[in-house]
Structures are given as structure tokens and as C-alpha cells.
Write a protein that binds this ligand. Structure first.
Ligand code: NAP
Length: 394
């Protein structure tokens, strides 16, 4: 008999946890369960479609799917197909890797207007998430306001600012790519509620904004005469100092020098949204479309001794994908310590019929083949039924 571990959520932290478990005990039986028919969570549906280098991490995860005692079970939703109680009954341990998939709210008037989108919804649309097929109407959008000063805000600004040529090698869904290319966007405002010394951009992502073909990044030099907080750790101070240096370069640029101007705006918090207008603590801004990039929350799950949260479900929506590796390996060690003191359960296999690894590979092959014809890495299937049909085809 061998222990059985369920991992709920087939994103990076779920796969890194599986990796940690199998490195220490290759005989474990692991089921990775996901409500989508496709694995890889945020890498598939959250990482910006033009950052294919970041998405390449899925190759390591895909190799894990070839392990004989690891099963992928896609299109299985906890609460619909299985309950947390059933998982607790059937598995020796349950790793909760459900991430955070709900846009945090600002709580200001007008947030519910159709032109105000949360970044989860917007990025999921770009990435072909089957629950988010309906995009915003960008056909009259000249000015975009992006609320937040993190890497997600940069992702959203960059994808809106890039030319169709720059997006040609991405896996943005065709409808989204076409809508953005056709939109008359001339100005994008990235709006931080605090000063530039507090922005959470990483240096590489910020610097990329200075190298776009059809967009010029600008900011006001006056606000840049600041220093990172002395209380920060040395790596944080280095990151922030480098950000300030990059922004000083942007301050020398001329607004309007290229078709799109990306304005880095600081010390301005949103107060209200109205059609065509954002009210900030610093004044009013004419904006036809708003994306709030202020973080995420997650679905709740039961807390039990036998349940081990990992990744964003454990620590909240922070850190890059590699951050999850060490943390997930540490959780895997806790799980192994827990199992060491317990006999394996011997109940029936409760996993419902699902999209297995072979089904996912059929989807993968189909999407890659569709991409070849267009010179893209893949063209994603975005319809639930189409995903299931391809997964279940022979
Ligand atoms: P983030 O880095 O935490 O940024 C969230 C931003 O929202 C901050 O600027 C924050 O301002 C602001 N904010 C929060 N509440 C607000 C409010 N009520 N009003 C106005 N502004 C508000 O989070 P993220 O950009 O969502 O990214 C999540 C994680 O994924 C991060 O660790 C990020 O580095 C990572 N990520 C990495 C990449 C990459 O490596 N390429 C790409 C995307 C995401 P304050 O600082 O003032 O709170």
C-alpha cells in the first residue's frame, strides 16, 4: 500500500508540490485535480501572452505528467464533482493549491461600470480562459487608466501598448489581439497610489516598457527625487533604486513621440469612476477604459490538519512563479512528515472520469497545430465544449 495525495489546483505551486513529493518518495500516488480541462493554472491563464519565456516553465510540469503514479484530473471541480469531505476521506493528505482567482475590489463608486475591469478578468480574456470569453469593447477607447503599480499593471499596459507585430509571436487569443490592434488607444496611464519609490514593479519588467515599438514611456521628473525607504531590506532598496533610475530615463522622453504614450503617474489614488472619467485624489482624468490591477483574493477552503495550503492559497498573491518552488518543496516535506506517522488509507478510488494527461495532450497538440498555420506558439481553444471534445477525441 502506498499513500495517496490529492493536489487541488494544477498551477505552478501544485506542480512544484508534486515535484517535491516525488523527489522524496517516487512511490507516492498523486492526483492533481483542476476545474479546468487544462493544467498549469496561472501560467496558462494569468501570465501575459507575450511573455512566452515565463510560460516555458510548463515543460517541467508536463514532464511530471509522464510519471506513472501521477494522474491529472481536469474538468473536476471541488464542490460540484467531489466535496472537500470526500477528498479528506479518500486521500491521506490534500494539498490545496487553488491560487487566488478573484479580483480585489477598490470599493469606490462606479467600480461596477462596464468600462471598469479587474485585471484577473482582463488577463484571463487575453489568455483564452473559457470562463472569460467576452472581452471589453475597445473600439472607441483612446485613453486607458490602469490602477496599481505592480507587475500585473505593467503586463496590462504592455499588452495594450504593443504593436500587432510585437504580439505576433504571442499566444494572445485572436479576438483579443484583433480588438487591441484595432483600438484607437493613444494614452495609457499607470496610476500608483504611492510614490515611485514604493512601486512593486520588478526592474526587468519596468525596463521593458522603455523598449516598445509603438509606445513611449513618460513620467514627471519632479516626483523622482526620492529614495527607497531606509527600513527596506538591501535587495528591496536595490530594486527600488534601479526602478527610480529607469523612471528617470522615462522622464527624458517626449509624450506623443510614438503613437501611444504610457504615463507613469504616482501619488494618485482612485476616488470614483464615471463613464469616460476617473476621479483621482489629484484631480480628474478622462479615461474610456479602466483596469484595476490591485491584487486578488481566493475561494475559501476548509482548514483541517490533513489539508496543506501552498502557493497563493497559503501566502496570498505575491511573488513570481519561481518563488513557489522552494515554498512548495517545503510544504511537500511537511506532507511527507505527516504521512510518515500514518498508515495509508485503503478506500476506493473516488476520482471521477476526467480529462486525463492524454486528454490534455490532445488539446495541447490541437492548439499547437492551429498555431503553426499562424506562426504563433499556439491558438488556444477557449470554449468549454470544444476543449472537452478535443480532450475526449481519439
Ligand atoms: P502587487 O505587486 O502587489 O501590486 C498591487 C498594486 O496594487 C500595488 O501597487 C498596490 O499599491 C496597489 N493597490 C492595492 N490596493 C489598492 C487600492 N485600494 N487602491 C490603489 N492601489 C491599490 O500585485 P500584482 O501586480 O497583482 O502582482 C501579483 C504578484 O504576481 C506579484 O508578486 C508580482 O510580482 C507577480 N507577477 C510577476 C510578473 C512577472 O514576473 N513578470 C508578472 C505579473 C505578476 P500599494 O503598494 O500602495 O499597496
Amino acid at each position: 500500500m502506498t499513500h495517496r495525495v490529492a493536489i487541488v489546483g494544477a498551477g505552478p505551486s501544485g506542480f512544484y508540490a508534486a515535484d517535491g513529493l516525488l523527489r522524496a518518495n517516487p512511490d507516492l500516488h498523486i492526483d492533481i485535480i483542476d476545474r479546468l480541462p487544462t493544467p498549469f493554472g496561472l501560467v496558462r491563464t494569468g501570465v501575459a501572452p507575450d511573455h512566452q519565456g515565463t510560460k516555458a516553465v510548463v515543460r517541467q510540469f508536463d514532464r511530471l505528467l509522464a510519471q506513472p503514479d501521477l494522474r491529472f484530473a481536469g474538468n473536476v471541480e471541488i464542490g460540484r464533482d467531489l466535496s472537500w469531505d470526500e477528498l479528506a476521506e479518500a486521500y491521506d493528505a490534500v494539498i490545496v493549491a487553488t491560487g487566488m482567482v478573484i479580483d480585489k475590489k477598490l470599493g469606490v463608486p462606479g467600480e461596477g461600470l462596464p468600462q471598469v475591469w479587474g485585471s484577473w478578468r482582463f488577463v484571463a480574456w487575453l489568455n483564452g480562459h473559457p470562463d472569460f470569453r467576452q472581452g471589453p469593447d475597445l473600439s472607441q477607447v483612446r485613453c486607458v487608466a490602469i490602477i496599481g503599480n505592480g507587475n500585473v499593471a505593467l503586463d496590462v499596459a504592455r499588452v495594450l501598448a504593443k504593436s500587432a507585430d510585437e504580439m505576433a509571436k504571442s499566444d494572445i487569443v485572436p479576438d483579443a489581439g484583433a480588438a487591441i490592434a484595432a483600438a484607437p488607444i493613444a494614452d495609457i496611464y499607470l496610476i500608483g497610489r504611492r510614490g515611485p519609490e514604493n512601486a512593486s514593479f520588478t526592474n526587468t519588467e519596468l525596463a521593458e516598457m522603455g523598449r516598445l515599438a509603438r509606445a513611449v514611456a513618460v513620467t514627471d521628473a519632479k516626483g523622482l527625487d526620492v529614495a527607497p525607504p531606509a527600513t527596506d531590506s538591501t535587495p528591496e532598496r536595490l530594486r527600488k533604486s534601479k526602478n527610480l533610475q529607469i523612471l528617470q530615463g522615462f522622464a527624458k522622453n517626449t509624450p506623443g513621440a510614438k503613437p501611444v504614450t504610457v504615463h507613469f503617474t504616482f501619488n494618485a489614488a482612485p476616488v470614483a469612476f464615471a463613464p469616460g472619467q476617473v476621479t483621482l485624489t489629484t484631480g480628474k482624468l478622462a479615461a474610456d477604459f479602466v483596469v484595476t490591477c490591485i491584487g486578488y483574493t481566493g475561494e475559501d477552503f476548509p482548514r483541517r490538519e490533513q489539508f496543506f495550503p501552498v502557493g497563493w492559497a497559503k501566502r496570498g498573491p505575491t511573488g513570481t512563479i519561481p518563488t513557489n518552488r522552494g515554498e512548495a518543496h517545503a510544504v511537500a516535506k511537511q506532507v511527507l512528515d505527516w504521512l510518515a506517522d500514518r498508515d495509508p488509507k485503503s478506500g476506493p478510488d473516488i476520482l471521477p472520469i476526467a480529462v486525463d494527461a492524454a486528454g490534455w495532450h490532445r488539446i495541447d497538440k490541437h492548439e499547437i497545430a492551429a498555431g503553426v498555420a499562424k506562426g504563433r506558439p499556439r491558438v488556444k481553444l477557449t470554449d468549454w465544449q470544444a476543449l472537452l471534445d478535443v480532450a475526449q477525441s481519439s
